[in-house]
Each structure stands twice: as C-alpha cells, then as structure tokens.
Ligand binder design. Structure first.
Ligand code: ASP
Length: 311
C-alpha cells in the first residue's frame, strides 16, 4: 500500500447536537466512475437517513450507529456485509465492533463468513454475551441463536469484489485496500455517544487475518467523551491502538481535531494511511483522512455527503 507521508489531510468539522457521521472507507478514489460514485453517495445518504431517523425520534446513539451501518452492510458498493473484500482464497471473512460509550458495553466479532449483518452480531454480543469478542463459527452460532440473519458466500460475494481480487492477484498478491469499510459515530439527545465499524478487511488478505475494525481501541472506540470509527491500513491502526490513543489525547486536553491530526500523522510515519470519524459529547463532529473518504454527516440543520478530500 502506498505510504501517505506528505499527503495533505482533509478535515470537516461541524458543531451541533444530536449528531451523526458515517464513513464508507478511505483511500484514493477514482474520479472517473461516475455511476459508481453516484451509487455510493446514495448509499451514504440512505445510511445517514437511517441513523438520523433514530436520533430524531429520541432513540439512542447505539441504535443509530447500528441502523446506519446495517444499511451500508447491505449496500454492495461498500466493503462490509454484501460486497466485502475477498481473502486470497476468494472468500468473505468479515469483522465488526460496536461500543456504547456511556455504559462501556461493547461487542466485537471477527472471521464472520455466513451472517448478513456482522454489526448486528456484535450488537447481540454487547447485549447478551458474557464475552466481548468472538470469532468464526462460535460467534455465528451465538448470533443465530439470538435471531441474526444468515447469508451465503454466494450472496456476500459480488462481481466487483471478484474483480478487485483478480486485480490484486495480478499485481503479485499485493494487499489492496478496497476503500469501503463502513462505520458510524453518533451523539444522542441525552449526550450519549456510540461507535460502530464493519468491514471485509483488505482484498487478498490471508485467510484468518483480522484487521483493526473489531479490535477494541484500534479501529473502534467510544467512551463518555468521544466516539470514533476508523478506516485504512488496519495493521498500522492496530500497532498504535489508534482510536484509544485519540481518546487518551482528548482526555488529556487535546481537541478531537488536534488528537486525530497527530494520530493520523503517526499512521503516515508507520507507512500506513486512512481516516476516521469522531463525535464528541458537545456534539462536534470531526471527519479527517489522508486522501479521500466516503463520508456523510448530520448535525442540526446541516446534512452533507462528500467523497474527495477537496469536496
Ligand atoms: N481497516 C480495515 C482493515 O484493515 C480496512 C479498511 O478500512 O479499508 O481491515
């Protein structure tokens, strides 16, 4: 993956409450495929509407982030649920995490191959599990016992994901970030925060590889001050426990914006790249990435969808 050192960082900052932001993955986005970009924008708008509806009805941040991520998991434009990136063996293995910042409850699943909505499996674990993090068939059996929907590999695998894998394999098996991991952060009327992230990981990843998304504190975090969902080169985000290090900097007095900028600079220094979305308890949103990032946000009267760094 190309190092992002020196790449300009783009930021959007908005104030308001309740609020919600969603992302659909970071990286360099091709500007030429107008039809795909229009579909992706529509998908982001639909996810934002689902989460916003929950918050406007007085629902919890936790419900809002699950609703938004569920929409993106069903959208084949994104690398989560249907449309997930494929392993080097040509199969889908998905990861997800969800965190309720006010209660500190959380659930995470990895290596999911046969569920339609990994974020729901994570949510079920948050709600019912004595455990926080489960993998593979055990996680799937638990989720199914609690009513989660199954999905076949045939349904999860899309022509676009197959094409991305064959391109990756043609370039000597390079790990290609497919730029479509999805996530959401929200602040509800009560001031509670929540974050959720869901992904198929990197195209061409080894079977069994787990990225940052379900690793609590690396790709996903929420507490009473801040909620954060990340996307990018997962190994770099795990190495620096990215999301929790942003939360720690905020706890020690940095603004979310400063904390994210310096954490992303560190990702670049590790040879990685990516981005994240953050909501804080004042209802401020920060969306920041090295290159481009599929993203949308709602705060007060303002609603916006963006893809490119200079949007
Ligand atoms: N962070 C994800 C992973 O490494 C991939 C992405 O965000 O595109 O699994």
């Amino acid at each position: 993956m190309a190092a992002a050192t020196g790449a300009p960082m783009s930021t959007d900052a908005v104030t308001g409450m309740p609020c919600l932001a969603v992302h659909g993955g970071a990286g360099l986005v091709e500007r030429t495929d107008a039809a795909f970009l229009a579909l992706a924008r529509a998908g982001l708008r639909a996810a934002l509407a689902a989460g916003r509806g929950v918050l406007e009805d007085g629902g919890a941040a936790l419900e809002a982030v699950e609703a938004a991520v569920t929409v993106l998991e069903d959208d084949p434009c994104f690398n989560a649920g249907r449309g997930s990136a494929l392993t080097s063996a040509g199969l889908v293995e998905m990861d997800s995490a969800i965190i309720d910042g006010s209660s500190g409850r959380m659930g995470a699943v990895a290596g999911i191959t046969a569920l339609r909505h990994p974020v729901h499996a994570a949510r079920l674990l948050l709600q019912h599990g004595p455990h926080v993090f489960m993998i593979g068939p055990g996680a799937e059996a638990f989720a199914r016992d609690h009513g989660a929907l199954s999905a076949t590999q045939d349904w999860l695998i899309t022509p676009r994901a197959l094409l991305q894998l064959s391109r990756a394999q043609a370039t000597a098996g390079a790990l290609v970030p497919p730029r479509g991991t999805v996530g959401a952060v929200a602040r509800d009327r009560q001031g509670h925060l929540a974050a959720a992230t869901s992904t198929g990981g990197l195209t061409g990843k080894w079977p069994g590889r787990v990225g940052d998304t379900p690793v609590i504190g690396a790709g996903t975090w929420a507490d009473e001050r801040l909620a954060i969902s990340c996307t990018g080169h997962g190994e770099s985000f795990i190495r620096m426990v990215f999301a929790h290090s942003v939360a720690g900097a905020v706890r020690h007095g940095s603004s979310p914006r400063e904390a994210v900028a310096s954490a992303l600079a560190r990702i670049a220094s590790l040879g990685g790249s990516g981005g994240c979305i953050v909501a804080d308890r004042q209802g401020e949103l920060v969306l920041m990435q090295h290159q481009d990032m599929f993203r949308a946000w709602w705060s007060g009267a303002q609603e916006q969808v963006a893809i490119f760094g200079d949007d």
